[in-house]
Design a protein around this ligand. Structure first.
Ligand SMILES: Cc1ncc(COP(=O)(O)O)c(C=O)c1O
Length: 341
Protein backbone atom coordinates (compact mmCIF):
# COMPACT_ATOMS: atom_id res chain seq x y z
CA UNK A 1 0.00 0.00 0.00
CA UNK A 2 2.87 2.34 0.82
CA UNK A 3 4.49 1.66 -2.57
CA UNK A 4 1.22 2.33 -4.39
CA UNK A 5 0.70 5.57 -2.44
CA UNK A 6 4.27 6.70 -3.09
CA UNK A 7 3.94 5.87 -6.79
CA UNK A 8 0.70 7.89 -6.93
CA UNK A 9 2.28 10.88 -5.13
CA UNK A 10 -0.18 10.47 -2.23
CA UNK A 11 0.69 10.67 1.48
CA UNK A 12 -0.32 7.50 3.32
CA UNK A 13 -1.93 7.86 6.74
CA UNK A 14 -3.09 4.39 7.79
CA UNK A 15 -6.18 4.01 9.92
CA UNK A 16 -5.21 2.07 13.04
CA UNK A 17 -8.79 0.83 13.63
CA UNK A 18 -7.79 -2.55 12.22
CA UNK A 19 -4.77 -3.38 14.39
CA UNK A 20 -5.07 -0.91 17.33
CA UNK A 21 -1.41 -1.60 17.95
CA UNK A 22 1.40 0.97 18.35
CA UNK A 23 3.88 -1.71 17.26
CA UNK A 24 2.25 -2.20 13.87
CA UNK A 25 1.65 1.54 13.46
CA UNK A 26 5.40 2.00 13.99
CA UNK A 27 6.09 -0.41 11.12
CA UNK A 28 3.71 1.61 8.93
CA UNK A 29 5.52 4.86 9.80
CA UNK A 30 8.87 3.17 9.16
CA UNK A 31 7.59 2.22 5.68
CA UNK A 32 6.82 5.88 4.95
CA UNK A 33 3.40 6.74 6.40
CA UNK A 34 3.11 10.44 7.37
CA UNK A 35 0.96 9.83 10.44
CA UNK A 36 -1.91 7.70 11.64
CA UNK A 37 -5.67 7.81 12.07
CA UNK A 38 -7.77 6.67 15.02
CA UNK A 39 -11.53 6.64 15.30
CA UNK A 40 -12.02 7.41 18.98
CA UNK A 41 -10.28 9.80 21.36
CA UNK A 42 -9.46 6.90 23.70
CA UNK A 43 -7.47 5.27 20.89
CA UNK A 44 -5.71 8.56 20.15
CA UNK A 45 -4.75 8.80 23.83
CA UNK A 46 -3.08 5.37 23.65
CA UNK A 47 -1.17 6.26 20.47
CA UNK A 48 -0.18 9.70 21.83
CA UNK A 49 1.15 7.98 24.98
CA UNK A 50 3.13 5.69 22.67
CA UNK A 51 4.77 8.77 21.12
CA UNK A 52 2.94 9.19 17.80
CA UNK A 53 3.30 12.88 16.89
CA UNK A 54 0.54 13.24 14.27
CA UNK A 55 -2.91 11.71 14.79
CA UNK A 56 -6.05 12.34 12.72
CA UNK A 57 -9.56 11.35 13.81
CA UNK A 58 -11.81 10.99 10.76
CA UNK A 59 -14.68 10.70 13.21
CA UNK A 60 -17.26 13.30 14.31
CA UNK A 61 -16.14 13.71 17.91
CA UNK A 62 -18.40 15.79 20.10
CA UNK A 63 -17.35 19.02 21.87
CA UNK A 64 -18.31 17.47 25.23
CA UNK A 65 -14.82 15.92 24.85
CA UNK A 66 -13.11 19.31 24.57
CA UNK A 67 -11.01 18.83 27.74
CA UNK A 68 -9.55 15.58 26.41
CA UNK A 69 -8.83 17.14 23.02
CA UNK A 70 -7.10 20.12 24.61
CA UNK A 71 -4.99 17.78 26.78
CA UNK A 72 -4.06 15.79 23.66
CA UNK A 73 -2.98 18.93 21.80
CA UNK A 74 -0.07 19.20 24.24
CA UNK A 75 1.10 15.69 23.34
CA UNK A 76 0.46 15.26 19.61
CA UNK A 77 -0.63 17.13 16.50
CA UNK A 78 -4.32 16.24 16.56
CA UNK A 79 -6.85 16.86 13.79
CA UNK A 80 -10.45 15.77 13.36
CA UNK A 81 -13.46 16.17 11.12
CA UNK A 82 -16.44 18.47 11.34
CA UNK A 83 -19.60 18.23 9.27
CA UNK A 84 -22.19 20.09 11.30
CA UNK A 85 -22.25 23.91 11.66
CA UNK A 86 -23.61 23.94 15.25
CA UNK A 87 -21.07 21.33 16.43
CA UNK A 88 -18.23 23.18 14.72
CA UNK A 89 -19.33 26.39 16.44
CA UNK A 90 -19.18 24.64 19.82
CA UNK A 91 -15.66 23.41 19.01
CA UNK A 92 -14.67 26.93 18.01
CA UNK A 93 -15.96 28.32 21.30
CA UNK A 94 -14.22 25.59 23.33
CA UNK A 95 -10.92 26.29 21.57
CA UNK A 96 -11.29 30.03 22.01
CA UNK A 97 -12.01 29.62 25.72
CA UNK A 98 -8.84 27.52 26.05
CA UNK A 99 -6.82 29.93 23.90
CA UNK A 100 -6.00 27.09 21.50
CA UNK A 101 -6.39 26.24 17.82
CA UNK A 102 -7.02 22.83 16.30
CA UNK A 103 -6.77 21.48 12.74
CA UNK A 104 -10.04 20.30 11.22
CA UNK A 105 -11.16 18.86 7.90
CA UNK A 106 -14.70 19.00 6.55
CA UNK A 107 -16.22 15.58 6.02
CA UNK A 108 -17.86 15.17 2.63
CA UNK A 109 -20.46 12.50 1.89
CA UNK A 110 -19.33 10.83 -1.34
CA UNK A 111 -22.14 8.27 -1.47
CA UNK A 112 -21.91 6.19 1.70
CA UNK A 113 -24.58 8.38 3.34
CA UNK A 114 -23.14 8.14 6.82
CA UNK A 115 -21.48 11.39 7.95
CA UNK A 116 -20.56 14.38 5.86
CA UNK A 117 -21.98 17.38 4.09
CA UNK A 118 -23.79 16.76 0.81
CA UNK A 119 -21.44 18.20 -1.84
CA UNK A 120 -24.38 18.76 -4.22
CA UNK A 121 -26.62 20.58 -1.78
CA UNK A 122 -27.30 24.26 -2.35
CA UNK A 123 -25.82 25.24 1.02
CA UNK A 124 -22.59 23.13 0.78
CA UNK A 125 -20.44 26.15 -0.07
CA UNK A 126 -22.00 28.41 2.53
CA UNK A 127 -21.48 25.72 5.22
CA UNK A 128 -17.81 25.42 4.22
CA UNK A 129 -17.42 29.19 4.09
CA UNK A 130 -18.91 29.48 7.60
CA UNK A 131 -16.72 26.72 9.04
CA UNK A 132 -13.57 28.19 7.48
CA UNK A 133 -14.24 31.50 9.24
CA UNK A 134 -14.60 30.05 12.76
CA UNK A 135 -11.86 31.17 15.17
CA UNK A 136 -10.01 28.41 16.97
CA UNK A 137 -10.42 26.01 14.00
CA UNK A 138 -7.75 25.82 11.29
CA UNK A 139 -9.42 24.37 8.19
CA UNK A 140 -6.93 22.00 6.52
CA UNK A 141 -9.18 20.69 3.79
CA UNK A 142 -11.76 18.06 2.84
CA UNK A 143 -12.05 14.40 3.82
CA UNK A 144 -14.12 11.49 2.47
CA UNK A 145 -14.62 7.76 3.05
CA UNK A 146 -16.13 5.71 0.23
CA UNK A 147 -17.67 3.03 2.45
CA UNK A 148 -20.17 2.25 -0.29
CA UNK A 149 -17.37 0.45 -2.14
CA UNK A 150 -17.92 -2.47 0.27
CA UNK A 151 -21.25 -2.96 -1.52
CA UNK A 152 -19.87 -2.86 -5.08
CA UNK A 153 -21.16 -5.74 -7.19
CA UNK A 154 -18.27 -5.84 -9.65
CA UNK A 155 -14.77 -4.60 -10.27
CA UNK A 156 -16.14 -2.13 -12.84
CA UNK A 157 -18.53 -0.69 -10.28
CA UNK A 158 -15.71 -0.38 -7.74
CA UNK A 159 -13.57 1.49 -10.25
CA UNK A 160 -16.49 3.76 -11.14
CA UNK A 161 -17.05 4.54 -7.45
CA UNK A 162 -13.35 5.40 -6.98
CA UNK A 163 -13.42 7.77 -9.97
CA UNK A 164 -16.68 9.36 -8.81
CA UNK A 165 -15.21 10.02 -5.35
CA UNK A 166 -12.16 11.67 -6.90
CA UNK A 167 -14.32 13.81 -9.19
CA UNK A 168 -16.60 14.91 -6.34
CA UNK A 169 -13.68 15.85 -4.12
CA UNK A 170 -11.71 17.71 -6.78
CA UNK A 171 -14.81 19.60 -8.00
CA UNK A 172 -15.69 20.66 -4.46
CA UNK A 173 -12.08 21.68 -3.72
CA UNK A 174 -12.08 23.79 -6.85
CA UNK A 175 -15.34 25.48 -5.89
CA UNK A 176 -13.93 26.21 -2.43
CA UNK A 177 -10.78 27.74 -3.85
CA UNK A 178 -12.83 29.90 -6.21
CA UNK A 179 -14.70 31.38 -3.24
CA UNK A 180 -11.38 32.02 -1.46
CA UNK A 181 -11.26 29.07 0.95
CA UNK A 182 -7.85 27.35 0.85
CA UNK A 183 -7.97 23.55 0.59
CA UNK A 184 -4.49 22.22 1.36
CA UNK A 185 -5.51 18.63 1.96
CA UNK A 186 -7.92 16.28 0.22
CA UNK A 187 -8.03 13.07 2.22
CA UNK A 188 -9.77 9.85 1.14
CA UNK A 189 -9.39 6.30 2.33
CA UNK A 190 -10.83 2.80 2.16
CA UNK A 191 -9.18 -0.49 1.26
CA UNK A 192 -11.51 -1.86 -1.47
CA UNK A 193 -11.04 1.01 -3.98
CA UNK A 194 -7.41 1.77 -3.02
CA UNK A 195 -5.98 0.17 -6.16
CA UNK A 196 -7.97 2.65 -8.27
CA UNK A 197 -8.14 5.63 -5.90
CA UNK A 198 -4.35 5.87 -5.56
CA UNK A 199 -4.13 6.51 -9.29
CA UNK A 200 -6.35 9.60 -9.02
CA UNK A 201 -4.72 13.01 -8.83
CA UNK A 202 -7.54 14.39 -6.65
CA UNK A 203 -6.19 13.15 -3.32
CA UNK A 204 -3.25 14.41 -1.27
CA UNK A 205 -3.70 11.74 1.42
CA UNK A 206 -5.05 8.18 1.67
CA UNK A 207 -6.22 6.48 4.91
CA UNK A 208 -6.73 2.76 4.41
CA UNK A 209 -7.08 0.57 7.49
CA UNK A 210 -8.06 -2.98 6.66
CA UNK A 211 -5.20 -3.57 4.17
CA UNK A 212 -2.81 -4.17 7.05
CA UNK A 213 -4.38 -7.61 7.58
CA UNK A 214 -6.99 -7.98 4.79
CA UNK A 215 -9.75 -10.56 5.24
CA UNK A 216 -12.24 -12.70 3.39
CA UNK A 217 -14.34 -9.69 2.39
CA UNK A 218 -11.36 -7.98 0.74
CA UNK A 219 -10.64 -11.18 -1.18
CA UNK A 220 -14.23 -11.18 -2.46
CA UNK A 221 -13.80 -7.52 -3.47
CA UNK A 222 -10.67 -8.23 -5.50
CA UNK A 223 -8.45 -6.23 -3.12
CA UNK A 224 -6.40 -9.21 -1.94
CA UNK A 225 -5.71 -12.89 -2.48
CA UNK A 226 -6.35 -15.42 0.27
CA UNK A 227 -2.58 -15.73 0.77
CA UNK A 228 -2.36 -11.99 1.50
CA UNK A 229 -4.62 -12.31 4.55
CA UNK A 230 -2.35 -11.85 7.56
CA UNK A 231 -4.80 -12.27 10.40
CA UNK A 232 -6.20 -15.69 11.25
CA UNK A 233 -7.90 -17.23 14.25
CA UNK A 234 -6.40 -20.43 15.62
CA UNK A 235 -9.37 -22.54 16.68
CA UNK A 236 -9.61 -25.95 18.32
CA UNK A 237 -12.03 -28.73 17.39
CA UNK A 238 -13.91 -29.34 20.65
CA UNK A 239 -16.49 -31.85 19.45
CA UNK A 240 -17.43 -34.05 16.49
CA UNK A 241 -21.07 -35.01 17.09
CA UNK A 242 -21.36 -36.71 13.70
CA UNK A 243 -19.36 -37.40 10.54
CA UNK A 244 -20.75 -34.29 8.89
CA UNK A 245 -20.48 -31.87 11.85
CA UNK A 246 -17.58 -30.39 13.81
CA UNK A 247 -17.69 -27.89 16.66
CA UNK A 248 -14.90 -25.31 17.04
CA UNK A 249 -14.20 -23.12 20.08
CA UNK A 250 -14.54 -19.89 18.05
CA UNK A 251 -18.09 -18.57 18.33
CA UNK A 252 -19.52 -15.12 17.70
CA UNK A 253 -17.41 -13.73 20.58
CA UNK A 254 -14.34 -14.65 18.53
CA UNK A 255 -15.27 -14.50 14.84
CA UNK A 256 -18.16 -11.95 15.24
CA UNK A 257 -21.43 -12.26 13.35
CA UNK A 258 -20.17 -10.21 10.40
CA UNK A 259 -21.00 -11.91 7.12
CA UNK A 260 -18.63 -11.72 4.17
CA UNK A 261 -19.26 -9.02 1.60
CA UNK A 262 -17.94 -8.81 -1.94
CA UNK A 263 -18.92 -9.32 -5.57
CA UNK A 264 -19.94 -12.90 -4.77
CA UNK A 265 -19.91 -13.06 -0.97
CA UNK A 266 -18.54 -16.32 0.37
CA UNK A 267 -20.96 -18.23 2.64
CA UNK A 268 -20.28 -18.80 6.33
CA UNK A 269 -18.36 -17.03 9.07
CA UNK A 270 -14.79 -17.42 7.85
CA UNK A 271 -12.63 -19.65 5.69
CA UNK A 272 -10.95 -22.64 7.33
CA UNK A 273 -7.52 -22.63 5.71
CA UNK A 274 -6.70 -25.79 3.75
CA UNK A 275 -10.14 -27.36 4.13
CA UNK A 276 -12.40 -26.40 1.22
CA UNK A 277 -15.02 -28.96 2.28
CA UNK A 278 -15.68 -27.27 5.65
CA UNK A 279 -18.28 -24.52 6.05
CA UNK A 280 -18.71 -22.52 9.29
CA UNK A 281 -22.46 -22.35 8.88
CA UNK A 282 -23.61 -21.25 12.33
CA UNK A 283 -22.22 -19.43 15.38
CA UNK A 284 -23.31 -19.48 19.00
CA UNK A 285 -21.44 -17.28 21.42
CA UNK A 286 -18.77 -19.89 22.17
CA UNK A 287 -19.31 -22.50 19.46
CA UNK A 288 -18.80 -22.53 15.70
CA UNK A 289 -20.84 -25.22 13.98
CA UNK A 290 -19.05 -26.55 10.93
CA UNK A 291 -20.76 -28.52 8.18
CA UNK A 292 -18.52 -31.16 6.61
CA UNK A 293 -19.01 -32.03 2.94
CA UNK A 294 -17.86 -35.64 2.57
CA UNK A 295 -15.48 -36.62 5.33
CA UNK A 296 -12.75 -34.95 7.38
CA UNK A 297 -9.77 -36.35 9.26
CA UNK A 298 -10.16 -33.63 11.93
CA UNK A 299 -10.89 -34.87 15.46
CA UNK A 300 -11.37 -33.12 18.82
CA UNK A 301 -8.10 -31.51 19.90
CA UNK A 302 -7.01 -30.72 16.33
CA UNK A 303 -6.45 -27.08 15.45
CA UNK A 304 -7.44 -25.12 12.35
CA UNK A 305 -6.71 -21.61 11.12
CA UNK A 306 -9.65 -19.42 10.13
CA UNK A 307 -9.42 -16.32 7.95
CA UNK A 308 -12.30 -14.17 9.26
CA UNK A 309 -14.85 -12.30 7.20
CA UNK A 310 -13.86 -8.98 8.81
CA UNK A 311 -10.45 -8.72 10.47
CA UNK A 312 -10.95 -5.30 12.16
CA UNK A 313 -13.73 -6.49 14.44
CA UNK A 314 -11.99 -9.79 15.22
CA UNK A 315 -8.74 -8.18 16.37
CA UNK A 316 -10.78 -5.82 18.58
CA UNK A 317 -12.03 -8.79 20.62
CA UNK A 318 -8.73 -9.88 22.14
CA UNK A 319 -6.16 -8.12 24.32
CA UNK A 320 -3.31 -9.86 22.60
CA UNK A 321 -2.64 -11.51 19.25
CA UNK A 322 0.50 -13.35 18.18
CA UNK A 323 2.93 -12.39 15.44
CA UNK A 324 4.08 -15.51 13.62
CA UNK A 325 7.14 -15.04 11.43
CA UNK A 326 8.55 -18.31 10.21
CA UNK A 327 9.45 -20.19 13.38
CA UNK A 328 9.28 -17.09 15.59
CA UNK A 329 6.17 -16.35 17.63
CA UNK A 330 5.91 -13.09 19.55
CA UNK A 331 3.09 -11.44 21.49
CA UNK A 332 1.27 -8.54 19.85
CA UNK A 333 -0.51 -6.42 22.48
CA UNK A 334 -3.63 -4.75 21.08
CA UNK A 335 -3.12 -1.73 23.28
CA UNK A 336 -5.98 0.47 22.01
CA UNK A 337 -8.57 -2.29 22.06
CA UNK A 338 -11.76 -1.43 23.89
CA UNK A 339 -11.01 2.33 23.90
CA UNK A 340 -14.44 3.07 22.52
CA UNK A 341 -15.03 6.51 23.94
C1 LIG B 1 -13.62 7.44 8.08
C2 LIG B 1 -12.84 6.23 7.70
N1 LIG B 1 -11.67 6.37 7.05
C3 LIG B 1 -10.92 5.31 6.69
C4 LIG B 1 -11.35 4.02 6.96
C5 LIG B 1 -10.51 2.85 6.52
O1 LIG B 1 -11.24 2.03 5.63
P1 LIG B 1 -10.76 0.56 5.30
O2 LIG B 1 -10.74 -0.21 6.56
O3 LIG B 1 -11.70 0.06 4.26
O4 LIG B 1 -9.38 0.68 4.72
C6 LIG B 1 -12.56 3.83 7.62
C7 LIG B 1 -13.05 2.49 7.91
O5 LIG B 1 -14.10 2.23 8.43
C8 LIG B 1 -13.32 4.96 8.01
O6 LIG B 1 -14.50 4.84 8.65
Amino acid sequence: MQSAATAGGVRLRPHTKTHKSPLIARWQIDCGAVGICCAKLGEAEVFADAGFPDIRLPYPIHPSNADRVIALLDRTRLSFIVDHPAVAKQWSEAMRRAGREVDVLIKVDVGFHRCGIDPDSRDALSIIHGLAALPGLRLRGLLSHAGQTYHAQSDDELQTMARAEARTMSDLSERCRKMGVAIDEVSAGATPPARYALQQSAFTEYRPGNYVYFDRTQVALGAAAMNDCALSVLATVVSKPSRDRLILDSGSKTLTNDGARGFTPAPGFGAIVGFDNLLIERLSEEHATVKVAGTTPLEPGDRVRIVPNHSCVVSNLVDQAWIVDGGTVEPLPIAARGRIT
